[in-house]
Each structure stands twice: as C-alpha cells, then as structure tokens.
Design a protein around this ligand. Structure first.
Ligand code: CJW
Length: 820
C-alpha cells in the first residue's frame, strides 16, 4: 500500500533554532524581559526541540498506520526518565545549533539543563531499566509503546536533618511539563468495587457483568521518546486518574456539595503519588488500585485500537499484539484481558485464554521474598470482584492441569496454587504472571538460573520452554555519549562513532589499552570528570575530596542486601588504622555513598544515619584527612548519576550473593571506565567474565557457599577471630559515632551479630577488607589502572540495552524493526 509519509521540514540549523527559540520565549511563553530568564529559556528550548520531535512523531505514526504491524506494549508502574532535554538534543543531533542559539541569549546549555527537573517516576533499577528500554526501542526502530502512570508526585526528595533522612514531596509538574501532550480524546473508563452478576445476553448466552461500580477516568498524557538520529519517535503513554463527569450528580443535587467533591478526590488520588518501596514493604490498597488502573486503561486502549480496524474479530489479535509485564506490578493484566475479551467482547473462555497466554510475557526482577507481591483475596474481592472471580477460574483450570500431570501430588498442587491458602488467603501475583504468560524471564544469567532451580522450580518442570534469560543493559546514549562527552569523544576519535548505535564496536578500543599516549588522554578525561564530581560533592555535602585519591562510590537504594553497611565498616576500619598510626600501604581514598531508604524501612534509615555520623567524625579529623574522606550525597537520582559514573574510579557492587537480581548501576560504571569491586552476584558475574579476573576485584561467598554456610553462620565466632572487625564494632558499640545519642546503632550491631543474619555481613568482612586493599594497591600503578579502565569500557558492549532489547525482540516478541 502506498502511504503518504510526511517529511521533516523544520531545520536544525543555528538560525532556524534561534528564530524558534525567540518565538517560543516571546510568544508562547510571553516573556520579554531578560532578567531571570533561565527557567523560561529552558521551556522555550524544550518547545523548540519538541517541535522537531512532533514532526518525527507524526512520521513514525504515519509509518505504523494502514498496513498491520505487530506491536509490543511495555507495561510498567515505573518509568524513571530523568531529564529529557539533553537526551533529545543528542538524539536529534542538535547540540551545535542549540549551543549557538543559547549563546545569543548569554546562556550555556549547561545553565538551562540545570533547571530541568528529573521525571522521577520510579524507585531505582526497575524503573530506570524501563526508561533505557524505551530509548533502545526507539533507536532500533521497534514499534514498542510504553504504558505507565503519570504520578503527580514522583520519588520523594531526600534531605538530612542531624544525619537522618527527611522525605519531601516531589512536585515535579509544578512548573509544567513541556514534554507531555494530553490526549483527552483517548480517555478510558476503569471500574472499581460493585459486584459481578450473571445475565443472559440477547443471543441467549449466559454471560457475566460487573455492575454498581465506581468508575474512574484514565486520561492519557503522551511523552515522545526520540530514537537516536533515525527520525523515529515512539510513545510513552502515562495515565492520569480523573473523576467521571457525572460524578455523584445525585449528591450534588441533594446539596451535599462537599461530599461530592471529596468523592472526586478519591478518584484522583489513584495517580497522586509513586510508592517509594523498592523491593520492600508492600500491600497497600491504593497501590493495588494503581496497578489495576494501569492494566485496565492500557488494555482497553489497545483493544479499542484493534477494534477500529478489525471490529470484534480477535482471530489475529495475538499475531499483532504482545504485552511485556515489568515484574508482577501490572500482572492483573492477565485477568483483565480475560475480562475484556469475555465480558465486553463476548469471546468464550478458551478463545480468550488462548489469546491471553499468547500475548502476555512476564519479567521477574527479584527473588527477595518481601518483594514478591501477594494481594489478599478479601481486598481483591472487594475492590475488583469480577477480577477475583476470573483469577479463581484461572487457578481452578490450572490446578486441574497440575493434577493431570502429577496425579495424586496434592502437595505440589498446594505449592503451585495461585491462591495461597492460610488464615489470610492471598493471590500470588508471580504465579498468575507465569500461568498467564508464554514467556517468563529473569534479568541476569545467575538470577534466571536461580528462578528455575529455586523460586519457580515447579513451574519450570511443567513448562521449561517458557523460561528464559534476558540480561539487563543500559543505553549507551545517555550513559556514555551524553553523560561523558570527554570519554565519548576520544573513543569516537579512535574507532569512529559506530559504538553509539552498536556498542559491540566499542571492543575495538581494547588494543588502545596498550597505547601509552591513549592511556594518558584517558586519564586526563577521567581527571576532568573527577573534578566535576568533586565540585558537586563540595556543593552538596561540603566535603572536599582529594583529586588524587581513589574515588570509591556506592550509589543505589539503601537496602540490607546491598550491604552499604559492609562499605561503612570498611571506612571505619581504615579510620581506625589511620588514627592508630598504622598507615603503611594505605592509599588515599574518597568514599561516596548515595541513595534513598524507603520511608518505612527503619534499619535502612539507620544505616544512613550511621554513614552520616561516621562521615562527620572522619572528615573532621585533620590527621585522617590526608588518607580518607566520606560523603553521603543527598537526594541521589538519575541526574546525579550522570555526573557520578564518569568520575568514579572504583564501583561498589557488594550485595550478598544471590540477592541482587542483576543491577544496572554496575553497567553504567564499567561503561565509563570504573573498575568494580564486587561479589559473585547478578550481572557482576557477566561483567567479570567480559573484563577478565585481572580487571575486576572479586570477593565474598558465592550462592552455593551461602546455602551451606547459613546453617552454621556464627558471626560472633568470626568477630572473635578477627581483630579488625572487633575493633570496628567496638568503635560503633562504644558510641564513638554517636556521642550524644548512646546506643542508637544497637540494632545495626545486633543485625551483624545475629546468627540468622541473611546478609552475611560478618562472614564477608575479611574477604572484602583484603580485596579493598588489593584494589588500593592496584590504583597506585597508574598505568595498570588506566589499562584496566580502558578494558572495562571496551568490554561493556554486551551491557547495552540495545543488545538486551534485540534479545527481547528476537526471542520473546518476534518483532521486526520498522526501518525508516
Ligand atoms: O530491578 C532491576 C535489577 C535489580 C533489582 C530491581 C528490582 O533489584 O537488581 O537490576 C532491573 O531489573 N526492583 C524491584 N524488584 N527488583 C522492585 C521495585 C519496586 C517495587 C518492588 C520491587 C515496588 C513495590 C514492591 C516491589 C511496591 O509495592 O511499591
């Protein structure tokens, strides 16, 4: 079919960009004065860039219209986009003209970029992964649409008061969001509460319907996702909840105005705030409402689109549509698709189930029991009665299958049941995901293996063909080209620009590790990046890092399994040695920590307090200053990482083996030439294999060891035999870091001394300290370090999210790129 495809007409040259910038500044925003212009200049530039995105968005849509193409929908409760301007400018290749245009206003790009707020619609790795995936899909020309929630308040802002975390709301939309387009005409209606009832339809068929519901409107806001220099712009559709227009007319008419307006708030609270729990506390009703709201609105959206071209004929639906579920959070989609197909479109169970299990694919991101979602049957029954009914029916049919396969194995049926029986019966969302999907994947090789041998073993025995691995990746555009221009430029000079779209090519810089001149330039860039990071740490923490010291960095959510505690114990150990005058072999070190604790996670918050107190003591001791500094960077977020990873020498990836599903920060650091000190966990293992043992500082127990060890873990015996650990713990216990609040760190000491400590802090202490020593020694050999650093970057090709997405596209989605 011949399609009319529009061409981009707006020019990227400096004059045109300047003209548009003026127009938006003066006429769109109504600004004529020149003082305090940065904020408005940011918006004017965003609109100038957006105009160019709009054209390409239209082109992309024109390509996708008409002839049928298969599409994928990435359903996620989180998209941690960070800032958009710099990335859009890079992907549209507008850097030079933008810089020139801004110069006319006396601004730099950096000035106005500083003004952009992060879109913090995610907690950590899982949300940022979704954002990297969106970038890769657009850059690879894949027709993938993101569906998420437009939270009014994103991830809370963190500050410290006496070293304790304080949370403040993140009203990121307060100055408007130039990147979003509201599309009222695609509003959907989502049902809650009410009850389910049988009825006979006009064809005499017995059907179910969901009645007396309290409905909420889902209004879509679209964000353009530009591909890298390919004229592609994909869509991220974020839903906002709104009250139905006719909300409580009756109450209005009865004069109860206030109550009626309160009802309106009830509807709109659904998309008010992101839950700040990264693999911890869950189970709140509002969160369940968010999950169903996303699943229902998105599926309705896709089905409506289908009906436009195909009417009520769903024969080929599975051939053209595929849903990737980002963890269990949107997994109610399995039951919701069944409901829509059966109740709204009159398909029978088997047809609907065939379509559902051919279109759904589920990604698991964690093995931590506390992060595995379960919803009480009672809550589901009240909030989503029709959905619960469908879940029960799915389970009944599934258990019949299990009984058929393993006759008489009642224990297995109980183990595999989607409904966990007990005093409070619960729906196991992961099991619903597995039963309802054709693909189940983990996010790193070890993690996927642990899924099939542990958590999902029974399911693997039933359906081995469903299970697969897709090791995570990160986008090399944001995480190298954009955040580390210095390094990107010397890489491009050496091997050409191909690495930006095919990161496997970056392997070509490996031979340059042997070139002294290249190594010198590499170190020069690293030093500049360290200067920038140092400046940020001074500004935010008032701590002065020594440029010649090792920049030793751990930034990520605060969680016991990630073991920030182990890192702090190492700092205390060095402090102890230095203050005793035992400085032989100590290499100057600047330790940077950053990350948020879930507001309800008391021990994680206490770890922050400990880090801050230790940093106070360490940094105020003039004798120690020559060797050691510690800073805790407040409010760690996407934009901080853009400065942090280029300036890091040593990346801390020290989780208890078997606990970190993959990690993605580890990949950003290696890509930017940091060396890793890490455990045999998550994607660390694959990083180690790619760089070689001599370029990675490996330590600690392995998963197999831990299984044996756990039974006989005796932290107190370990402590007794390790004088260094004893001294470290004594310093904490005796109140050296809590002079005015004696005993506040007791819960931390207890957790280390507890024989049941699942995180094995005491058990890994010695090996960590010794390996840190080896790393420090290695750092003193500048040449060797530079070689290793180059090799880390050279080996990062596999960790591009382009590679990850091609694996999803080829092996799960069966999706071809729409070349423009
Ligand atoms: O996903 C990353 C991995 C990382 C893993 C993270 C993850 O810890 O190792 O690199 C991308 O694959 N995040 C979560 N699970 N795994 C996660 C995030 C938010 C959550 C949650 C789990 C929010 C809730 C519950 C569990 C909640 O109820 O709000």
């Amino acid at each position: 079919m011949d399609k009319k495809i529009p061409e981009p007409v707006l020019s990227n040259d400096h004059q045109e960009v300047t003209k548009d910038l003026h127009r938006h500044f003066n006429f769109t925003l109504g600004r004529f004065d020149t003082d305090d212009i940065r904020g408005y200049m940011l918006t004017a530039m965003a609109l100038t860039v957006r105009d160019r995105l709009m054209e390409r968005w239209r082109i992309t849509k024109a390509h996708e219209q008409g002839d049928k193409i298969r599409k994928v929908y990435y359903l996620s409760l989180e998209f941690l986009l960070g800032r958009s301007l710099g990335n859009a400018i890079l992907n549209l290749n507008m850097q030079d003209s933008v810089r020139q245009a801004l110069a006319d206003f006396g601004c730099t790009l950096e000035d106005i970029e500083m003004e952009e707020k992060d879109a913090g619609l995610g907690n950590g790795g899982l949300g940022r992964l979704a954002a990297c995936f969106m970038d890769s899909c657009a850059s690879l020309g894949l027709p993938v649409i993101g569906y998420g929630i437009r939270y009014e308040y994103g991830m809370f802002q963190q500050s410290f008061q006496q070293g304790r975390q304080i949370e403040q709301p993140d009203h990121w939309l307060i100055a408007g969001n130039p990147w979003e387009i509201e599309r009222n005409n695609h509003t959907r209606r989502v049902k809650f509460y009410g009850r389910s009832e049988p009825f006979t339809n006009d064809k005499g068929k017995l059907c179910m319907r969901w009645v007396d519901t309290q409905d909420v409107l889902a209004v879509p806001y679209d964000m353009p996702i530009p591909g890298y220099k390919n004229n592609k712009v994909n869509t991220l559709r974020l839903w906002k909840a709104a009250a139905t227009e006719e909300f409580n007319l009756q109450e209005f008419n009865e004069g109860d105005y206030a109550d009626a307006v309160a009802q309106k708030n009830l509807a709109e609270e659904i998309t008010m705030v992101l839950y700040p729990n990264d693999s911890s506390e869950n189970g709140k009703e509002l969160r369940l409402r968010q999950q169903y709201f996303l699943a229902s609105a998105s599926l309705q959206d896709v089905i409506e689109d289908w009906i436009k071209d195909n009417g009520d004929n769903f024969e080929a639906f599975a051939q053209y549509n595929c849903f990737q579920l980002n963890d269990t959070h949107p997994t109610l989609a399995v039951a919701e698709l069944m409901r829509l197909l059966m109740d709204e479109h009159e398909l029978d169970w088997d047809k609907a189930w065939g379509i559902t299990t051919e279109t759904m694919a589920y990604t698991n991101h964690t093995l931590l029991p506390e992060a595995l979602e379960k919803w009480s049957v009672e809550l589901l029954g009240e909030l989503l009665p029709r959905i619960l009914e469908i879940v029960y029916e799915i389970n009944a049919r599934f258990l019949a299958l299990v009984a058929h396969r393993w006759p008489g194995d009642v224990d297995r049926q109980r183990r595999m049941s989607i409904i966990e029986e007990g005093t409070i019966p619960q729906v196991r969302m992961a099991y619903l995901g597995i039963v309802g999907s054709f693909s189940v994947n983990g996010v790193a090789a070890l993690h996927s293996k642990l899924l099939t041998t542990g958590l999902f073993k029974d399911f693997y025995e039933l359906w081995p063909e469903k299970f697969n691995n897709k090791t995570n990746g990160v986008t090399p555009r944001r995480w190298l080209a954009h955040c580390n221009r210095g390094l990107g430029d010397i890489v491009t000079e050496a091997i050409g620009p191909g690495w930006k779209t095919d990161l496997a090519e970056i392997e070509k810089i490996r031979p340059f590790a042997d070139d002294p001149e290249f190594r010198a330039r590499w170190l020069e860039v690293k030093r500049k990046n360290k200067e920038a990071l140092r400046a940020r740490v001074i500004r935010k923490c008032n701590v002065e890092f020594d440029l010649d010291s090792i920049f030793d960095v751990q930034v990520k959510r605060i969680h016991e399994y990630k073991r920030q505690l182990l890192n702090i114990l190492h700092v205390i150990h060095l402090y102890d040695r230095i203050t005793r005058g035992d400085v032989a072999g100590i290499v100057p070190r600047s330790v940077l920590l950053g990350g948020k604790a879930a507001p309800g996670y008391a021990l994680a918050k206490l770890i922050i307090k400990l880090a801050n107190n230790v940093s106070q003591v360490v940094n105020s001791d003039v004798l120690v200053a020559k060797y050691l500094r510690l800073a805790f960077l407040p409010n760690y977020r996407v934009k901080s990482m853009e400065v942090i990873c280029p300036g890091t020498d040593l990346s801390e990836q020290i989780s208890t083996a078997g606990k970190e599903a993959s990690g993605t920060g580890n990949m950003k650091f290696m890509m930017n030439g940091a060396l890793t000190i890490g455990t045999y966990d998550g994607a660390n293992i694959e990083i180690l294999e790619a760089v070689g043992e001599e370029n990675f500082f490996l330590f600690g127990l392995r998963v197999e060891d831990i299984a044996d060890y756990r039974m006989q873990n005796q932290p107190n015996a370990i402590i007794e035999q390790d004088e260094d650990l004893q001294r470290v713990l004594r310093l904490i216990e005796c109140g050296h870091f809590s002079m005015f609040e004696p005993g506040i760190f007791d819960p931390i000491i207890q957790s280390i001394r507890n024989p049941m400590d699942p995180w094995m802090v005491a058990a890994d202490f010695r090996s960590y300290i010794d390996t840190q020593h080896i790393a420090a020694e290695a750092f003193t050999d500048k040449d060797r370090w530079a070689r290793s650093s180059i090799i880390n970057t050279a080996a990062s090709g596999y960790f591009s999210s382009d590679r990850t997405i091609m694996d999803y596209a080829n092996e799960i989605w069966k999706l071809k790129s729409c070349k423009l």
